[in-house]
Design a protein around this ligand. Structure first.
Ligand SMILES: Cc1ncc(COP(=O)(O)O)c(C=O)c1O
Length: 400
């Protein structure tokens, strides 16, 4: 069954602004169903949690529904889903909690491929605990993250390995399972940044070997709310910083302050949106998500091949990296143009693209483009089309 992109685009009233949105890796557009769900949550009485009246029961129900939705999306358990305002904030909290279990001389492994949100919180926590930080390096030419290097990086003292499921800058999907197996062999935990990977294919955090899997709804049609899924048994062993009177149960004790209940409604609608991307999919929501996301992956891979071929055929465009397994996201530079000048020119032509380091700070430094203003990034999601790719390629061809 071919992916019905025309039907899918019809779900987004936000696509009608005349711009071509190739900035999905920084945040996607929101389908109408999500905007309506957020609004609907606020158009009935809604109060704080744990009260004995209906408006409070609604808040409880929104939190429960969000945990179930995030769990369905990543193949996790609702009772292990930590909700939060964004991945960075959740990861800082988790890093502080895990660091309480580390001793001086323990070790953690981070990767040069990662977004800074899956590096800096761990480095800060390691410093506080006196833990040693080891770095997994990228192959500069391909931008792959060779998994064999983890044989030397992981030791009996390793407590945590943090790695991305897909790079938000160059698309690389490392072999997370192979890395996780090495970590688990010494009893280390694995924190997988799934923020960039989640919109681009089916996710099964157990098969990936993730003890923690983080994702942000605003990268897949949802509002600005995030979650990290873990096994409740692992969370049970941790003591995050928390207020004395706030709930001590798992996963609530990992969530500080009052959450944005209305955005939970939006996150549930966004998961339902993903589950319905292949409208022939049947069965449970989890099974419809898997079917739909397989269709999304096939579709995006095909459109991305056109983009990649087109970019590489232009002599004035230099494409960064050539990872074998990748998300439909690419960074490049244009000869004679600063990255910001390229995105400004594209914006004048009605095309949204990103420039800079997109917080993939270590990667861009390793590639030597950090001080040159980074690079230009284009990313496809399920509402982008081959026609849009051609419009982008035409615009870039004019920058010679
Ligand atoms: C791969 C990746 N990880 C982490 C983050 C941080 O996510 P958040 O904005 O939810 O903190 C981003 C955001 O761009 C990202 O692309």
């Amino acid at each position: 069954m071919p992916f019905d992109v025309a039907r899918v685009r019809g779900l987004f009233s936000t696509l009608g602004d005349g711009y071509l949105h190739l900035d999905g890796p920084a945040g996607t557009l929101v389908p109408e169903s999500v905007a309506r769900a957020v609004s609907a949550a606020l158009r009935v009485p809604l109060s704080n949690r744990h009260g004995p009246f209906p408006s409070s029961a609604r808040a409880d129900a929104l939190v429960d529904a969000a945990r179930r939705a995030f769990a369905d999306l990543v193949g996790g358990e609702p009772a292990g889903v930590i909700l939060g305002p964004n991945m960075t904030t959740i990861t800082y909290g988790l890093a502080r909690a895990l660091a309480k279990t580390w001793k001086v001389g323990d070790e953690i492994v981070v990767s040069r491929l990662d977004h800074d949100a899956n590096i800096r919180p761990w480095l800060t926590a390691a410093k506080a605990a006196g833990a040693v930080v080891r770095w997994a390096e990228i192959d500069i030419e391909t931008c792959e993250l060779p998994e064999w290097q983890y044989d030397g990086l992981i030791t009996r003292r390793t407590r945590l390995v943090a790695v991305t499921a897909a790079s938000n800058a160059v698309g690389t999907r490392p072999d997370v399972r192979a890395i996780a197996d090495r970590a688990h062999a010494v009893g280390a935990l694995v924190h997988v940044d799934g923020v960039h990977a989640t919109p681009h294919g089916p996710i099964d955090m157990v098969r990936l070997g993730a003890d923690f899997f983080s994702t942000s709804a605003y990268k897949w049609g949802g509002p600005h709310v995030s979650a990290t899924a873990a096994s409740p048994a692992v969370l049970d062993r941790l003591a995050p910083d928390k207020l004395v009177p706030s709930p001590d149960a798992v996963p609530d004790r990992f969530e500080t302050g009052t959450p944005a209940f209305e955005l939970m409604a939006g996150a549930v609608a966004a998961v339902d949106h993903l589950a319905g991307l292949d409208d022939t999919a049947t069965g449970s929501r989890r099974s419809r998500i898997l079917t739909s996301m397989r269709a999304v992956q096939r579709y995006e891979t095909e459109v991305f091949a056109r983009l990649d071929r087109g970019l590489r055929s232009m002599l004035h465009v230099y494409v960064i990296g050539s990872p074998a397994d990748r998300a439909p996201t690419v960074s490049f530079s244009v000869q004679g143009w600063k990255p910001r000048a390229v995105t400004e020119e594209l914006a004048r032509r009605g095309i949204c693209a990103w420039d800079g380091n997109y917080y993939a700070y270590e990667l861009m430094e390793a590639l030597g483009v950090g001080e040159l203003g980074g690079a230009v990034r284009v990313g496809l999601v399920h509402y982008n089309t081959a026609h849009e790719v051609d419009r982008l390629l035409d615009a870039l061809a004019k920058l010679r």
